[in-house]
Design a protein around this ligand. Structure first.
Ligand code: F6R
Length: 246
């Protein structure tokens, strides 16, 4: 079953999720295994990544046994484009920690055959043993990853068309709406539901209405995040502003 935790603020939420990730990495390392993390981009996980960097620097947390899979990537952007999600991960996390680059995965925004790229991504997740812990944000459309409504419970990694609300929200990073790609490659809802543990973060008044819808309406493709309520181990980490309408 899913649960909801309302934290004092987003820094406290980020520290709590970072501690969960640290404990997983350490437990797996002790067992001689990799920790397989699913990672998200956007504004929401920034304090979480800052805390993971601090744990690496100040508490010697090593990421040598971590394998990562990002949720999504804009279609048409190369990994060195400043708005690509590969670049985001490099700038906000990977370059500050000791993760092996060959262990990091982000769907390729440019490829000759997108459906092959998506199928290969699913296969790589399976080959890694599945995702132990997935970090999620939530879009104002109810998207997780870039699974815009309607997204089916059994959807897998695929090419998607971005909702105009999402393109407008993300245009702040691009400077201009016309520069925001129309499409993306994203893990599916089914891919996310297969993760053994899910930690969703939502902060600020801008997320209050979609959090209300997600938690108060029956699970459906119209609000893809609502499917998470039937996940066996999913926690919604909110700040008081995101919790305001509950
Ligand atoms: C990012 C992702 C998206 C974001 C969501 C919220 O990899 O998959 O679902 O988590 O759009 O974005 P922010 O955090 O910028 O509000």
């Amino acid at each position: 079953m899913s649960k909801v935790i309302v934290h004092a603020d987003k820094a406290t939420a980020a520290k709590a999720v970072a501690a969960t990730i640290r404990d997983l990495i350490i437990a797996k390392a002790k067992a001689g295994q990799n920790a397989v993390l699913g990672l998200a981009t956007g504004s929401t996980p920034l304090p979480l990544y800052a805390e993971l960097v601090r744990l690496h620097r100040e508490e010697a947390l090593s990421f040598r046994n971590v394998v990562s899979f990002n949720l999504d990537e804009y279609e048409g952007l190369p990994g060195d484009h400043p708005q690509s999600y590969r670049y985001f991960m490099e700038q906000n996390l990977f370059r500050f920690i000791d993760i092996r680059r060959e262990n990091t995965h982000v769907p390729a925004g440019i490829s000759a055959d997108a459906s092959r790229t998506c199928a290969d991504y699913e296969a790589a997740i399976l080959a890694a043993g599945g995702i132990d812990l997935q970090v999620l944000g939530i879009g104002r459309t109810g998207h997780i990853g870039f699974n815009e409504p309607p997204s089916a419970l059994d959807s897998r990694t695929r090419r998607v068309h971005l909702d105009e609300v999402t393109r407008r929200d993300n245009s702040i990073f691009f400077g201009e709406l016309s520069l925001v790609p129309q499409g993306a490659l994203t893990m599916g809802v089914g891919t996310i539901m297969d993760c053994r543990q899910v930690e969703l973060l939502a902060f600020g008044t801008g997320k209050a209405e979609i959090i209300r819808q997600t938690l108060r309406t029956a699970p459906s493709a119209d609000c893809p995040a609502s499917w998470l309520k039937s996940h066996a181990r999913c926690t919604f980490h909110l700040d008081p502003e995101a919790n305001a309408l509950l």
